[in-house]
Design a protein around this ligand. Structure first.
Ligand code: GDP
Ligand code: MG
Length: 298
């Protein structure tokens, strides 16, 4: 048995959640093109014969000015300290910049092998990729530099094979059938939040939270899910609901499909939109939504 921990870190939108889902062939972390989609750390466990790798998907590291934002940054750094390998994801189209440098300085202080994963290579030319690799080599001491496309699942086997050289535990950390650490309610609330992020614009993404209040199985084995969508302002409530309830309806249709796939049951989904001014700065509320309390002190 060979096992180990790998933290996936980087700036928002680099493709961290896409990568973890691709590596373990299951949607454990939601994805959108909006920054700050992933709010807390989610694990994805790869189970193969005589092999278990625990991947940690972390929130993108960014300039934070709310309690939630602060929590997200701390969470990412905390997860990276003490793992066997750090995957540092970079959008290859954008390349490494000053903000990456700041984050990497701290990451290198952990004395953990850091792989630079140049992601989204489907979007750039070979020449561009070569110049990215040269730049990284000249400016940093990465243990490995691996170009990938998480979206197209390109070069992921090579990534896994290389990772195996750096993991040395022989403990099975999780039972074979476990793929993630979050509760079913959390996964459902995240699927709903993902659809809202996909369908709304501008300030909504950062202002929305979703909680699942109740789940009940009826006599026909259909699961009734009652969820709240929380926004910060009345005007945002209107945006989430949409003209004649159109947007909320579409959120419901898309989310229900994913929840049915997750549960393997028919689902009845009831969504309520509520306004809670400034929830992102309220500790008690953030706790209710599953973000652990001791970790988001300002
Ligand atoms: P995260 O914030 O780092 O977790 O990034 P996500 O996994 O949520 O992805 C951010 C955006 O990049 C999404 O729109 C993804 O579909 C997109 N994306 C991720 N990986 C790739 C890739 O390899 N190629 C392309 N073209 N897009 C990608
Ligand atoms: Mg993410």
């Amino acid at each position: 048995m060979k096992s180990g921990f790998v933290a996936i870190v980087g700036k928002p939108n680099a493709g961290k959640s896409t990568l973890i889902n691709a590596l373990i062939h299951e949607k454990v972390s939601i994805i959108s093109h909006k920054a700050q989609t992933t709010r807390n750390s989610i694990i994805g466990v790869l189970n193969q014969e005589d092999l278990q790798i625990v991947f940690l998907d972390t929130p993108g590291i960014h300039k934070a000015n709310t309690i939630l934002g602060n929590y997200m940054n701390k969470e990412a750094f905390k997860q990276a300290d003490g793992v066997d390998v750090i995957y540092y994801l970079c959008d290859a189209k954008k390349g490494l910049d000053d903000q990456d440098r700041e984050i990497l300085e701290q990451m290198f202080s952990y004395h953990v092998p850091i792989f630079l994963l140049l992601n989204k290579i489907d979007l750039i030319s070979k020449d561009q990729l070569v110049s990215r690799v040269i730049y990284a080599n000249e400016n940093y001491k990465f243990t490995e530099i691996i170009p990938i496309s998480a979206g197209n699942q390109e070069n992921l086997q090579e990534l896994l094979d290389t990772t195996l050289k750096y993991i040395h535990d022989d403990i099975q950390f999780y039972p074979e059938d476990v793929t993630t650490n979050t509760t079913i309610e959390f996964r459902i609330s995240e699927l709903i939040r993902e659809k809202i992020l996909q369908l709304t614009h501008e300030e909504i993404p950062h202002s929305v939270a979703v909680t699942v209040d109740k789940m009940q199985r009826d006599e026909y084995d259909k699961v009734h899910v009652y969820a709240n969508i929380i926004v910060e302002r009345a005007s945002q409530k209107g945006m989430v609901i949409g003209k004649g309830g159109k947007l909320l309806k579409e959120v419901g249709i898309r989310a229900r499909k994913d929840i049915e796939a997750l549960l393997g049951n028919k689902v009845y989904l009831e969504l309520w939109v509520k306004v809670d001014k400034d929830w992102r700065n309220k500790k008690s509320h953030i706790e209710d939504m599953g973000y652990r309390s001791s970790d988001y002190k300002k």
